[in-house]
Design a protein around this ligand. Sequence first.
Ligand code: AMP
Length: 457
Amino acid sequence: MFSDKLGEECGIFAGYSKNGDIAPHIKNGLLKLQHRGQESAGIATGDFTQTLHKNKGLVTEVFDDIAMKKLTGKFGIGHVRYSTQGGSNPVNAQPFLIDCAGGCVSIAHNGNVKKAMEIRDEFEKNGGVFVTSSDSEVLLRCVISDLKKPPDQWSFEDIGGCLKKDFPEGAYSLVFCLPNKVVAYRDPCGYRPLMLCEAKEGYFIASEDAAFDSLEVIKIVEIMPGEGVEITETGCETKNWAQCGSESKCVFEHIYFAAPASTIFGKNVYQVRFELGTILAKDDNIKPDIVVPVMESGFTAAIGYSRESGVPLETGLLCDLLAGRSFIQPTQEARVNKVREKFTPVRPAVEGKTVVLIDDSIVRGTTSTAIIKMLRAAGAGQIHVRLSSPMIVNTCSWGVDIPTKSELIAHRFGTEEEISRAIGADSVRYLNPGDLKAVFGESGWCYKCFMGDGFVY
Ligand code: AMP
């Protein structure tokens, strides 16, 4: 029935523009969130009536001058989508817009709600029809059906009440554009980040604060777990809509997803990754000639490793960031080909050198295996792999695209020695889970992908 996996990592941006033209602000914000999703992009703007433009592609491809001219109005929401394998159908691009009798309502969503499938089945049994396979549509249809009044009469509390009733469990940050306001909600456990900005130009919400870069910022605050925001023409107000649950901020946001320029969950991503790199270097027992980052997500940890160890950082591996994501290719062969397409070893930098290769994580082992082969072909000597995260031993129920357990390399080979042999490295070392917890703290964070059921490190 579904061609799509429901959980999604994505980026959202929303707001109100004092000059009456929100679309350019949303486009700028989405450009800064492009790393959170490259498969499709969309913007909905307006108030009582709304205009929606969305398509497959990067923000610059989807929003040319013609599209931007259509997007008028002072309120709006935008989305960049990371689709998983088989889910890149443009019909699932967000925002999702419904034109109701009492005005338009649109929604954009980052995360994963539980029970969306069951609720959808129930709707369908009663004759309901869905046009996408996205859980965002389920969310919106639930709110419409629960509230039974036109969207221009929906209050922040009305929507919060529906979310509490229908989606008590889930990892989500959500924005709605209504006829007279924009509202946002962060789930009670706070898995995904959500930031609020008061700027000279208006009021804005985004997955990460780096998205506010092009604004004249007055104040940025984090929207807390169980909290939301209401933005109207007269200002913005943060409000609680649910009791904060057991806080579970996603550590993987810091390790992989978010931009180094962002400060999310009260910590700056660059500083965290740098620190993880220094920890990796501190008690390392190898004598490398050069540190080579696996761009882009391994870069900051590699700088930390290099500073701490005194080993020079080299561009031993070029990365074509526009080559697309190897991770979501449907077959292992296609994933390997994509890695080869994406990375180019730099022979003069690596030839005859003992290399310490820094990446943020190994999931299936595709990237590291292919890269090591390429570096060896370019004349590298020993290659030691260091990861700025612990072993990924579990899948994620909360929106991070991690394949089935049986595909995880740490599940297939339980030790660093075996993994090193499997990927063709001279050695592999992961960040110790205890060190990760020392950086972030024992509680308040979701470590589930690193803490398998009964898995012993
Ligand atoms: P793999 O090639 O399967 O071992 O995946 C690891 C590589 O993919 C690393 O270079 C990571 O930066 C990147 N990565 C890790 N997790 C994800 C994810 N959920 N989606 C896309 N890429 C990821």
